[in-house]
Design a protein around this ligand. Structure first.
Ligand SMILES: Cc1ncc(COP(=O)(O)O)c(C=O)c1O
Length: 443
């Protein structure tokens, strides 16, 4: 498909995209024709290393042969089924997931998207506690449905949406590289949390229902809360009768080097987690998982959540297969290996390029924060964009993220199945881009 035809379809038949947004100007980006493993190919036949794993949902690699086989097999038998009846792939997935979940999590409910799962998780916490207020990080992204999930997606401008859900408020993100209170961990003793909770307590409009957070804040700039932070949140929730919801959309099912992102934290057991993204191996399916007592308490208060396609056999079969792949291929181990390889390469680059201010993240969810100088930590938004463009033209795809309006964090999310050679090739492309941008600054 040539560029003229692409432009004409976009202009005539598509809703426009906001120019400056991360969905803006799509027609100027590569038009994808096919994909396989870690590679996507555009309509000109040019290959790119996909270090954003699609929309972070191709973490098993594009078209994993076992996912393709599971879908092919199931679609010949039963593609869609009513959610008012049980079906065999649905039951198998509940059992498979239930056995895999760290205790006391055991129960699951299926939906279609990550946003669906977040809405359902918040509703679950409200029905289980009888509370209403929900707090989350000010750099959080939890979804794009127009009401509840955008209301707790504080990293986007809430004022872009006409109505914001009541009883939702943000607390400070524990972003140690740019501490919002100008303190240093561990001397700070998590003052950001203490201050935030004091404010939250003053603002609650009812019995609070839940705190919601990502184990690693992905879109907010790949921020890893400091050790002990989530343990302190757990205690704060218990003290207030609130539930702890962890959004494992981006961190779940192997990506951080453990099966779930929260397992990096000592003494933290969430009441509710959500999973989505590569849960279906590229096919849309999400889940809300919880404990038996929470599920029972909520159901007594009338809780239910579903969608017409939430329990389709096709999606459930893909879900079961993806869980088996994560376990059989030890993809968490693979993610940890990729992290070590990328960190080694970035350590070498950081010696050469002042632009690299901070490297953080876990497993295959890594962030490189670019700054114009390391002392002032001035965000290098322009340089990050230039690095992004050099990489794109050299065949490496990733996204730029950051807190609120910043776009100075290179977010790398390679598939967990990426080979060492692919990782090294990506690091080579990134090295060339950083050196070009550094030379251009010096000139
Ligand atoms: C952490 C997190 N939660 C929820 C969502 C929403 O998922 P979806 O786009 O599938 O609705 C996203 C989307 O990127 C996400 O990153």
């Amino acid at each position: 498909m040539d560029a003229k035809r692409v432009r004409s379809i976009v202009e005539k038949w598509m809703f426009p995209t906001e120019g400056g947004s991360y969905m803006g100007g799509l027609e100027r980006r590569p038009i994808l024709a096919r994909s396989k493993g870690s590679i996507v190919v555009d309509t000109n036949g040019k290959e790119y290393l996909d270090f954003q794993s699609g929309q972070m949902a191709a973490a098993l690699g594009h078209q994993h042969p076992r996912i393709v086989a599971a879908i092919e097999k199931t679609m010949k038998v039963m593609m869609h089924a009513s959610n008012t009846m049980l079906n065999v792939p649905r039951l198998r997935l509940h059992e498979r997931l239930g056995r895999l979940l760290p205790k006391p999590l055991s129960k699951s409910l299926f939906l279609v998207s990550g946003s669906d799962a977040i809405e359902a998780a918040i509703d679950l916490a409200r029905k289980a506690t009888g509370g209403l207020d929900v707090i989350g990080f000010h750099a959080a992204l939890h979804g794009s449905t127009s009401y509840l999930t955008r209301s707790v997606t504080f990293n986007w401008d809430r004022r872009n949406h006409s109505i914001v859900a009541p009883a939702t408020q943000s607390i400070l993100t524990p972003y140690c590289y740019r501490c919002p209170l100008n303190l240093k961990f561990p001397g700070c003793k998590l003052q950001c949390l203490t201050t935030s909770l004091e404010m939250a307590d003053a603002n609650f409009t009812s019995q609070p229902a839940a705190f919601i957070g990502e184990p690693v804040l992905s879109a907010g700039g790949v921020i890893v809360p400091p050790p002990g932070y989530y343990e302190a949140i757990r205690k704060a929730c218990d003290a207030r009768g609130m539930l702890l919801i962890l959004d494992e959309s981006q961190t779940g099912l192997g990506k951080t080097g453990k099966l779930f992102g929260f397992q990096h934290e000592e003494g933290v057991t969430p009441d509710i987690i959500t999973i989505s993204k590569h849960f279906g191996g590229g096919f849309p399916i999400s889940a809300v998982c919880s404990t038996a007592p929470v599920a029972e308490a909520a159901v007594k208060n009338g809780y239910f959540a579903t969608r017409s396609h939430a329990t389709d056999p096709l999606a459930c079969a893909a879900g079961e297969e993806s869980l088996d792949i994560v376990v059989d291929e030890d993809l968490s181990g693979r993610a940890a290996h990729i992290e070590r390889r990328i960190r080694r390469a970035l350590k070498r680059m950081a010696k050469e390029f002042e632009l690299i201010g901070d490297v953080r993240g876990r497993g295959v969810l890594l962030g490189i924060e670019l700054v114009t100088d390391r002392r002032s930590k001035a965000p290098a938004n322009k340089q990050a964009q230039a690095v992004f463009e050099h990489c794109l033209s050299a065949g490496l795809i990733f996204q730029l993220r950051g807190v609120r309006k910043l776009k100075n964090v290179i977010r790398l999310v390679p598939p967990m199945t990426a080979t060492d050679a692919e990782v090294d090739r990506a690091m080579g492309i990134l090295y060339d881009a950083l050196s070009k941008v550094t030379r251009a600054r010096a000139a």
